[in-house]
Design a binder for this molecule. Sequence first.
Ligand code: AOF
Ligand code: ZN
Length: 353
Amino acid sequence: MSNDRRYMERALALARHGTGWTTPNPLVGCVLVRDGAILAEGWHRRLGDLHAERAALQAVDFRAEGATAYVTLEPCCHHGRQPPCTEALLEAGVSRVVVAMVDPDERVSGRGIAQLRAAGVEVEVGLAEAEARRLNAAFVSARERGRPLVVLKAGVTLDGRIASADGESKWITGPAARARGHALRHALDAILVGANTLREDDPGLDTRLPDGRGSNAVPVVLDSGLSIRGDAKVLRAGARPVVFCATHAPERDLPADVIRVPHGPDGLDLGAVLAALQARGIQSVLVEGGARVHRSFLDAGLVDRIHLFVAPRVLVSGPGWVAGAGFPLANAPAFRLIETRIVGDDAELVMEA
Ligand code: AOF
Ligand code: ZN
């Protein structure tokens, strides 16, 4: 592996420390290197805090003559919550900048790179670009496609079931997999379930990390008939929920933001649901069931990533994690496996569209 690559991977690892705390801003890491040694490191810790570049430069009193900066995202050149990073890099005397990806934010998008080059800095773009885009898939989705990233999560048996025939579903996967599930809730902006899941499991949909911290994802409920129980846990557990119902659903007074969207033959218009979430600044949605909701997102071609937690046990009967009529093999939705790991007694499979 080249040194450039190693330093960029280090910058990516640093960026990940900010997971869950920077939204709607990106995860960014920065490593400053001179004479073959790391001078300083930094990352964007939390929304509103120093950008990664300044976080690293701060450690060397903003002086880094002749250094190379490895940054996971193009340095910004605009005045936002923070001043432009391009200025800080130039004032510090950095002579080379290696950037993993161009910033899709329209206030930057290539102008940061152009500004550095115009000032005589050598800039390379695209090292570890795929990893960087994956790291900020939500930030990128919201800006490039104008809709939030959709991540589907399910805990299933070896034969793909989410509950036994008598409806028991609580303990399919073990505590380590459930902890990973909470880490996903922390990492993403919203968590979405259908009304059936709400009725059957009454989940709170709040985030509980082992250290008691964790940023709560906005709970989102798909409930065509607006039939949610007034005492549902989700209405009180964490952040104020958003409940989507059909245009003609009855009026209800709920401690939630009720949004009406068109209802087609296959349920609520998911494009309209995602558009409304995007309009609220939500860049990523974790879809946590049930099987009919999973099916709707699959049918609409709106599943970007899947985290499937597989428990090594067999139930034989009981509902699967996707409902509805079977697909012919030739038309079956297929995904690309990008990660597998053992989580406690279970396996986690991560797939991308
Ligand atoms: C970050 N952290 O480390 C970098 C960012 O207007 P602001 O100050 O909130 O900045 C947001 C934009 O700055 C963001 O959309 C991205 O384009 C750019 N880079 N942002 O929050 C960072 N490097
Ligand atoms: Zn910046």
